[in-house]
Design a binder for this molecule. Structure first.
Ligand code: GLC
Ligand code: CA
Length: 518
């Protein structure tokens, strides 16, 4: 089925998220860079990932790790040059892989020249590029604002941190004089600028975008998010005309709306109503071996989204990302393998956060770096091997821009590649199984058959035109059973002991996961 003209490569994509400052430092300045990434592409491909999401790598004061952009058209010098990233694109393509950049359309840095112009009291081309009220005494609702920092009489809305002024895409139902409509010249010109930025990078060779805070661009939007959906439909039209093979994945958390807006896939978020944290990041996560978790609320919500988006399972469930705790902070040992058996068997493109494939740990008690705050512990430099700085950088350790995990037994990629029982090798196996079974593909169907409140295991069926696979996941360290009318015929994957099938009942061993053709 063709969905929002989904590019063909996306149906088979398994993503690896690279946080550029922490991946690989090629010039010993203590910060990762693009040339470093290029030297690690074979590693990513060897793991089985065929696509990359690169976090923002543009000129920025780095008050929010680069999500505060001051020049959308230029690679931050600490990462390299536009020529370097062009080479990255071609090295990625040489390996039959694809790469998404991070598009941050909602806000800029306060240092962006547009903002500096818009601060001026005299009207100019950029006066309405951001959301301003018309009096310093009036604040734009809810979002917070920047006030009293220039001669301009007004307050400017911010989107996230107070140094990230909100770009103006208009208000859904303007009520006040200073609120512009989504069809105002100012709002339309912001959209044109975003298109120019997208065009610039797509022409250079990137394959699409992960879009930051995609659902909150139009302000005072209604419940259906009609204003923001309509905005993205304009962008969809532009992409269909000019870049039909590019992919768009949203950080939105409402797949029905995102897909309507022309995105190909949407992320499940770790905040809001998704219940994602019930699985991995709460006091008693479902994937912990204690077996005291509850998967049912997550599954209910998932099913609701699945139905609302016309049974398009285009909800990406990431292993983690730069905004949340490392998976390993709450899921330990073999249970990480079981968590990945789940992540590699659900619909939507999988996303592996760099280092999660080797069980990198959340580094406790770090002082905030680049606006990370508690997120900083999940952003520590990649651990490649047992050499200086775990092979991340040749700089002296105190020069690393974030401290590494200093424990003696910290995991590293080289050791895990060599150990056939490692998490890395289990994930490698899982990716290869996923990619060789159409039923496990990104767009294939899912039907949950066992997901009861406070019960284990979790069981579902994935199906494509030519096969059906039953997936059974039991993170709990006790044997469990569930009623099942399907008879497993052939083992596609199994971790842990074998299941036992008798008369419409399957007994599942402790801490196990299995995929079975039915
Ligand atoms: C997104 C990013 C996050 C950033 C925020 C503001 O949630 O993932 O890292 O701080 O947007 O741009
Ligand atoms: Ca560097």
């Amino acid at each position: 089925m063709k969905r929002n003209n989904q590019p063909k490569w996306l149906s088979d994509a398994v993503f690896y998220e690279i946080y550029p400052q922490s991946f690989c430092d090629s010039n010993a300045d203590g910060i990762g860079d693009i040339n470093g990434i290029i030297t690690k592409l074979d590693y990513i491909k060897e793991l089985g990932c065929n696509a990359i999401w690169l976090n923002p790598c543009f000129v920025s004061p780095f008050g929010d790790a680069g999500y505060d952009i001051s020049d959308y058209y230029t690679v931050a010098p600490r990462y390299g040059t536009n020529e370097d990233i062009k080479r990255l694109f071609s090295e990625v393509h040489k390996r039959d892989m694809h790469i998404l950049l991070d598009l941050v359309p909602g806000h800029t840095s306060v240092e962006h020249p547009w903002f500096k112009e818009s601060l001026k009291a005299e009207r100019n081309e950029f006066s309405d590029r951001y959301i301003w009220t018309d009096s310093i005494w009036e604040e734009p609702d809810k979002m917070g604002s920047l006030r009293g920092i220039s001669d301009r009489d007004g307050s400017c809305a911010v989107n996230f941190f107070s140094h990230q002024p909100a770009l103006n895409y208009g208000f859904y139902n303007p009520e006040k004089k200073w609120q512009m409509s989504t069809e105002s010249e100012a709002a339309l010109s912001t959209i044109e600028e975003i298109k120019n930025i997208m065009r610039f990078w797509l022409k250079m060779g990137c394959d699409g975008f992960r879009v930051d805070m995609a659902g909150v661009l139009v302000k005072n939007d209604n419940e259906e998010k009609s204003g923001t959906v309509a905005l993205w439909q304009k962008i969809r039209k532009f992409l269909d005309e000019e870049f039909p093979d590019s992919a768009m994945i949203s950080e939105w958390g409402e797949p029905d709306k995102a897909l309507q807006g022309g995105f190909h896939m949407d992320f499940l978020l770790h905040f809001g109503p998704s219940h994602y944290n019930d699985l991995f990041r709460c006091k008693e996560p479902f994937f912990s071996s204690r077996g005291k978790g509850d998967v049912s609320a997550f599954v209910e919500k998932y099913k609701e989204n699945y139905e609302k988006s016309e049974r398009k399972g285009l909800i990406c469930i990431p292993s983690g990302n730069h905004d949340m705790d490392r998976l390993e902070r709450s899921i330990k040992g073999d249970n990480l393998k079981i968590a990945f058996a789940f992540l590699m068997s659900v619909p939507g493109a999988p996303f592996i956060y760099y280092g999660d494939e080797i069980g990198m740990r959340y580094v406790e008690n770090l002082t905030s770096v680049e606006g990370g705050y508690d997120r900083t512990g999940s952003r520590s430099p990649m651990q490649w091997d047992k050499t200086l700085n775990a092979g991340f950088s040749l700089a002296s350790p105190e020069k690393l821009y974030i401290k590494q995990d200093e424990s003696d037994d910290r995991p590293d990629a080289e050791s895990q590649i060599a150990d056939e029982n490692s998490l890395y090798n289990e994930i490698r196996k899982l990716i290869s199984i996923r990619r060789s079974h159409s039923a496990l593909g990104n767009n294939s169907e899912i039907e949950f058959i066992y997901a009861e409140k406070n019960e284990y295991p979790l069981a579902f069926i994935r199906s494509s035109e030519d096969e059906k696979i039953l997936v059974i996941i039991n993170p709990a360290d006790r044997e469990v059973s569930f009623p099942c009318e399907y008879k497993p015929k052939e083992v596609v994957y199994s971790f842990g002991k074998e299941i036992a099938c008798e008369d419409k009942k399957i007994t599942v061993p402790p801490c196990s996961a299995g995929f079975y053709r039915i």
